[in-house]
Write a protein that binds this ligand. Structure first.
Ligand SMILES: [Zn+2]
Length: 141
């Protein structure tokens, strides 16, 4: 049970580390410390609008970063168009790992097209998926 909780905590912490300082602070202050938007706004000397914007961007990023973990751990499938297309379709992972870490990413992109994986239109999508969704597990393993 403890390991189980630790792995969740670790996943969340790793994801939080990928946010910008402001996004991380805002998310933690709002969701963990229970501060109100006005308090966070005055802490950063920003408008409430900006803080709301930063908060939703942070949450969106967390969702994106934690999606593979949630799926592997809990079998949760999110039906969200914002979810990384390469997480929806794992067929390219082996090819990506062969290309990693320096490429040639264009080869992976060509394969994505050949496999007809939707929404993979640029090398940056592949690199993002590699860096945020698959390299993590391998580095620590
Ligand atoms: Zn991904």
């Amino acid at each position: 049970m403890e390991d189980y909780e630790n792995s969740v905590e670790k996943a969340v912490r790793l994801a939080l580390e990928k946010l910008s300082f402001r996004e991380r602070e805002t998310v933690i202050r709002f969701y963990c410390m229970g501060q109100r938007i006005t308090e966070i706004a005055s802490y950063f000397d920003l408008s409430k609008n900006s803080i709301n914007h930063i908060k939703s961007r942070g949450i969106k990023k967390l969702k994106h970063l934690l999606f593979p973990f949630a799926r592997d751990k809990y079998g949760i499938e999110l039906n969200d168009r914002e979810i990384c297309p390469l997480c929806r379709d794992k067929r390219l992972d082996k090819i990506i790992l062969k290309c990693a870490p320096y490429g040639p990413w264009k080869y992976a992109l060509r394969m994505a097209k050949r496999l007809k994986i939707k929404d993979v239109k640029a090398v940056s999508t592949i690199i993002y998926h590699y860096k945020n969704h698959i390299s993590k597990g391998n580095e620590n393993g």
